[in-house]
Design a protein around this ligand. Structure first.
Ligand code: BG6
Length: 255
């Protein structure tokens, strides 16, 4: 049922909310796999959510990706949420610059008339560099802000699509395939049951940090992402899902 009115999704939203033990599910009509405007609409719903839920002086951690870029695109200032600071959730993950968390974070902050901090970390990161970089005062301060974030907003990707987009090595690709990785978020790759198969070594938000954050919002749509969304939500670290009709229907059909 394409182009259904927004409130027609109440039942589907409730069903997904219960199935994945979420606090809130927001579904926008259409399928972003088929129509580009649906992704823009996902962005608008995400911005509306932020506007309704942010208050003054909050810290918002964001990931990269095209869904987050769509959110940044339509970001708008609000009176309620002044003096907010945006931080990237994790360091470099191998994305093109327009899809990087740093870029998206700065754009969101500028549009919201807020502040931002960036993480300049080489990518990929060796164990040795990792250890010394987290001791840098500038990095330390940003890392502290990331862990104290009031709200996290992130994308969910299909595992192999993300690995290829990030030009992962053949060793990593083999590991993902043999571990049957289905989804990716925050640089972590998960299998069907939500178990971590592989993790990109970078600084920033770790999966376990999410449990301390009140509001963790996933923004992901398109029927082709349904399996990835399901796999990621299995480990239950997000509290809100903003998705589209295409993904939502496949998600329920699948379960
Ligand atoms: C990445 C995020 O940048 O974007 C991931 O770090 C996510 O968490 C991915 O999987 C999703 O990308 P897109 O383009 O499908 O929104």
């Amino acid at each position: 049922p394409y182009f259904a009115a927004f409130n027609d999704f109440q039942k589907l939203e409730d069903e997904i909310k219960q199935t994945f033990d979420l606090q809130r599910v927001i579904i926008t009509p259409g399928d972003s796999d088929r129509d580009h405007w649906v992704k823009d609409e996902l962005g608008r719903r995400a911005v509306a959510f932020l506007q309704a839920n942010l208050t003054k002086k909050q810290t918002i951690a964001v990931t990269g990706g095209t869904s987050m870029a769509a959110v940044a695109e339509v970001m708008q200032p609000t009176e309620k949420s002044t003096d907010c600071t945006f931080v990237p959730a994790r360091g470099g993950l191998g994305e093109r610059v327009e899809n990087q968390a740093n870029t998206i974070c700065a754009e969101m902050a500028n549009k919201m008339k807020g502040d931002y901090r960036l993480l300049y970390v080489p990518d990929p990161l060796s164990e040795e560099t990792y250890r010394s970089i987290i001791e840098e005062p500038g990095v330390k301060e940003t890392l502290h802000m990331i862990k104290q974030a009031d709200l996290v907003m992130h994308g969910i990707g299909d595992a192999l699509t993300m690995a290829e987009r990030r030009k992962a090595s053949s060793d990593v690709l083999t590991k993902l395939k043999s571990g049957k990785a289905i989804s990716e978020a925050f640089g972590y790759y998960f299998d069907q049951r939500g178990q971590v198969v592989h993790k990109v070594r970078t600084v920033g938000m770790q999966l376990e940090d999410l449990s301390n954050i009140k509001t963790v919002v996933a923004v992901a749509g398109g029927e082709s992402k349904a399996k990835a969304i399901e796999s990621y939500l299995r480990q239950g670290k997000s509290t809100v899902l903003i998705t589209d009709e295409g993904a939502a229907e496949a998600l329920i059909k699948d379960f």
